[in-house]
Design a protein around this ligand. Structure first.
Ligand code: KIV
Length: 289
């Protein structure tokens, strides 16, 4: 029996309860159905359709170019693969910043059209009123503070946040504001481990860290980093598999067999009766169908 069959579907209250029970929350990104299915079967609790999609699957330099339509497209694919895990759709740049009405509509689309069960958005105190509106509309929200890749240009690059007392205080205020607004979990990205630990102790909702040390209530990783598919690995990541090597070897083996004429073999092809073939070729010579 697989991990999925043994356990009930992960719900929002269940994620919050995990913190109280001292159970670690496991989250990973996915962008397609087979990856989501495998993560789900492995017992991952939350699958994030992150806007990291832009960088790790679509070849962009930052997360900024990915659109709401692209995020919905990939969220639908992931939702089709996840039976137990809670699917979280990331709200892309400019899908919630321009107006509160846009924000609610786009967050709602993630659930209604994307099949997600929650959304994630970047920002702290500044987005707390939006988070409150979303939650009041029945849309569960995961917050995201610390390094916020959608603000990469404002931050001057993908840098660790909260290293000075003032900056750390702001990250803490942001996390608390999200909790007060009704977020059910908050991602802490690229903040010093002691700060993440202090925020985790301060909040009653789970913190989910990435580059924030082991003191968070859970961890999230970008799937391509985890599987060894990334060209450049961030310091906080560890590949649990060298999938690049395995995939390259498979392509090389395939190419070699095609060139040698040993693939496809008889077992990969379909046959037909000699008589039908003879008839088809004779009919073609006669010009009849
Ligand atoms: O887009 C993403 O994958 C994320 C995670 C890094 C948390 O936001």
């Amino acid at each position: 029996m697989s991990a999925t069959e043994q356990r009930p579907r992960v719900t929002v209250p269940r994620v919050v309860e995990m913190k109280a029970r001292g159970e670690k929350v496991v989250m990973v990104t996915a962008y397609d159905t087979p990856t989501a299915r495998l993560a789900d079967e492995a017992g991952v609790d939350l699958i994030l359709v992150g806007d990291s999609l832009a960088m790790v699957a679509l070849g962009y330099e930052s997360t900024l170019p990915v659109t709401m339509e692209e995020m919905l497209h990939h969220t639908r694919a992931v939702a089709r693969g996840a039976r137990r895990a809670l699917v979280v759709g990331d709200l892309p740049f400019l899908s919630y910043q321009a107006s509160a009405d846009d924000a609610i509509l786009n967050a709602g689309r993630m659930l209604k059209e994307g099949g997600a069960r929650a959304v994630k958005l970047e920002g702290g105190e500044a987005v707390a009123p939006l988070v409150h509106r979303m939650v009041s509309s029945g849309i569960p929200v995961v917050g995201h503070v610390g390094l916020m890749p959608q603000s990469v240009h404002q931050m001057g690059g993908f840098r660790v946040q909260g290293k000075t007392a003032e900056a750390a205080r702001q990250v803490l205020r942001d996390a608390v504001a999200l909790q007060d607004a009704g977020a059910f979990a908050v991602v802490l990205e690229a903040v010093p481990a002691p700060l993440a630990e202090a925020i985790t102790a301060r909040l009653s909702i789970p913190t989910i860290g990435i580059g924030a040390g082991a003191g968070c209530d859970g961890q999230v990783q970008v799937v391509t980093d985890l599987l060894g598919l990334s060209e450049r690995l961030p310091r906080h990541a560890r590949p649990f598999l060298d999938l690049s090597r395995l995939i390259r070897e498979a392509f090389e083996a395939y190419a070699a067999e095609v060139r040698a004429g040993s693939f496809p073999g008889p077992e990969n092809a379909t046959t037909m009766s000699d008589e039908e073939l003879r008839k088809a070729l004779a009919d073609e010579r006669d010009g009849t169908d």
